[in-house]
Unconditional design. Structure first.
Length: 420
């Protein structure tokens, strides 16, 4: 979820001879042999095209390696293109209009509904791709109108990172409830350091970070102007107004939160598992992860499900589409899920693989547990989710700056979400 964006687009054309060595399962991919539409023969499909938003050089190279290895097993080369995250959906919509879609397409799971409703994607059951072992809510992230159009090799969510030394020095226990959080944040705040940090900027990242507080308090994106939603937003407002959280959170991204935390300028933050590799590089930084605090003791936090799904766009070449399906099936095999989740510090999507991953990586077990109860952002609103997300982050900005009360801001958010 939320891969780095804004870097120059890179295009890597990976042939079989140049594919990097990678250990993948020795068995064949699970894709079936449905004929699809169009023409061509197995011998004629020598390469497939792949599009994603992994523009970070290291991340792109890692994905090129895995895609090439899976392509080699399918008997095709892979032309791998990455574009900045903000450019992906507009590019895909343009390609759908001109019928120049790639053979294999990655989408953020919150964007799948928008693309699937255009008719640009192919249901995966047409190719017999194995969807066993996925939790229902993870499958639903790649589904539209009851059909699975995309599968995620891995998923993610958010949790509470905290500085162990700072909490110990202040005699503060890891917060479990909202009252605990406010108390801990206040006691951890001192000159040059805030107790707590969230991403409250004017983007979908802010909405993503707010959802655990909204959902865990019984709020709902279908109706944003409720007491439960206002109470959740009031928590963030109180943290800022009390001085326990910097007003700069209005401009901070999740990467900025990481920088503040690593520099010792905040004792706690909400963030995702993808930040762990950078934190582990500093041996002097002692940190741990806990579930996001809940309104009342004994509750289970409800967090958003992040991650990208891989899809098969409509293609006039039946053989290219078949080969792309084989590559997709290869990407979502349990062993490859474990490899990818380990590299990108996320959570394998199949339940059994996730359990193995938690045993092998105890520091990431909180995220594995969080994924079990996570919700998809489009589960209630489908293609209408982006409007609700816009309303949410606009309300956060308005409430934290004091322009409106949480109640007023969320009434406006509801109007934004419904178009009234």
């Amino acid at each position: 979820m939320f891969s780095p964006v804004g870097r120059p687009t890179r295009r890597f054309v990976i042939g079989l001879a140049g594919a990097m060595a990678l250990v993948v399962a020795a068995t064949g991919c699970a894709a079936g042999t449905g004929s699809g539409s169009g023409s061509g023969s197995a011998e004629g499909a020598t390469s497939i095209t792949v599009l994603d938003y992994y523009t970070d050089a290291t991340e792109h190279a890692q994905w090129s390696e895995m895609l090439s290895a899976c392509g080699e097993r399918a008997g095709v080369g892979v032309e791998h293109t990455s574009v900045p995250g903000a450019s992906l959906v507009p590019k895909v919509l343009q390609q759908a209009s001109s019928r120049t879609l790639p053979d294999l397409l990655m989408l953020d799971n919150a964007d799948l509904q928008q693309i699937a409703q255009t008719g640009a994607l192919t249901p995966l059951d047409r190719y017999g791709i194995d969807t066993g072992g996925f939790a229902e809510h993870i499958l639903s992230a790649g589904s539209h109108q009851g059909k699975v159009y995309g599968l995620a090799p891995y998923v993610s969510t958010v949790a509470l990172f905290y500085n162990e030394d700072m909490l110990a020095e202040a005699g503060v226990a890891v917060p479990r409830t909202w009252d605990d959080l406010k108390d801990a944040a206040a006691r951890l705040t001192r000159p040059g350091r805030y107790g707590m940090a969230v991403d409250a900027n004017a983007t979908f990242e802010s909405s993503w970070q707010f959802l655990p507080f909204l959902w865990s308090n019984g709020g709902d994106e279908k109706r944003l102007d409720t007491p439960e939603a206002a109470e959740a937003l009031r928590l963030w407002v109180d943290l800022v107004n009390s001085g326990s959280m910097s007003k700069s959170v209005l401009n901070w991204t999740q990467a900025d939160l990481h920088d503040q935390f690593a520099a010792g300028r905040t004792a706690m933050m909400i963030n995702g598992p993808w930040r762990i590799p950078a934190l582990e590089k500093d041996p002097g930084l002692h940190w741990a992860v806990a579930p996001i605090p809940v309104p009342r003791a004994g509750q289970t936090p409800v967090t958003p499900l992040g991650g990208e799904v891989w899809t098969l766009p409509q293609n006039p070449s039946a053989e290219r589409q078949r080969k792309a399906a084989q590559v997709l099936a290869c990407l979502t095999e349990p062993d490859n899920m474990l490899t990818l989740a380990g590299r990108h510090v996320t959570v394998p999507s199949r339940t059994a693989a996730a359990a193995r991953y938690a045993e092998q990586n105890p520091s990431r077990a909180v995220f594995v547990k969080g994924v079990e109860n996570a919700r998809t952002r489009t589960g209630e609103l489908g293609v209408r989710w982006p409007k609700a997300a816009t309303g949410i982050y606009t309300a956060i900005q308005s409430a934290l700056t004091g322009r409106q009360t949480p109640e007023e801001a969320l009434r406006q958010a509801q109007r934004t979400a419904t178009g009234d």
